[in-house]
Design a protein around this ligand. Sequence first.
Ligand SMILES: Nc1ncnc2c1ncn2[C@@H]1O[C@H](COP(=O)(O)OP(=O)(O)OP(=O)(O)O)[C@@H](O)[C@H]1O
Length: 247
Amino acid sequence: MDVATARRPSILRMAGGAVHFDGVKAVDGVSIEVRGGEVVGLIGPNGSGKTTTLNLLSGMLRASAGTIHLDEVDLTRMSMRKRVRRGVVRTFQSGRVFPRLTVRENVEAAALGSGLGRGSARTLSDELIGELGLGEVAGSRAENLTAGRVRITAIARALACRPRFLLLDEPAAGQNESEAVELIRSIRGFATDRDCGVLLVEHDMSVVMNTCDRLHVLDGGRTVAEGDPAEVRRDPRVIEIYFGKRH
Ligand SMILES: Nc1ncnc2c1ncn2[C@@H]1O[C@H](COP(=O)(O)OP(=O)(O)OP(=O)(O)O)[C@@H](O)[C@H]1O
């Protein structure tokens, strides 16, 4: 590609982000970035600050220190709603859906809400439903689904918003390892096709090893390692956290 015309990927970036709760340093000076089209795994033991980092990036929580930018735009003090309008979309571990609507209606509603017309919303939701393996429950009400399927429906809704950056809180919770890997690969396919950056929280190192472009490891609210998954896997501090005496 001609270097002069090559498009620079968008970047969502937090620099020195911090938040404390009653003296607990939940996140303590974390710098993290995600580029359009890449999938970054945010991992670490219980209580290491993963969800809080997602909350800071999405605007659910305000940082007590540090900055958050989407390219040149300062998001640090911007509300969650405004960040969504700019394309920064977060999902929740519990999966948030309309229980009385069918899976298809849930996904279409999100696509319509993002400004697509009826025909395009239907096409996109059919595509997402197929890709995420929801075809056989497309006509079922969300209230009748298993917890795992509700979570995947919530992910389909988030993708239907056509995000520039997607922040996923344990998308594969409750799935076995091969289902988890398959789900993250599907999300990855959409991210790559649409130049969407994904930051996903995951407990399980083996799930993220083969599905993420980069890993960011937290412990005690601080970054202990980041980079290529194979390198991170060999980092002595990561080995200590995941395979050392503490576990
Ligand atoms: N609203 C809150 N009030 C008080 N303390 C909080 C709050 N939210 C998080 N914490 C504390 O901040 C620290 C980081 O929590 P966080 O939920 O971000 O960790 P996590 O890595 O996502 O953990 P897990 O893997 O268990 O979900 C923990 O010590 C937690 O108890």
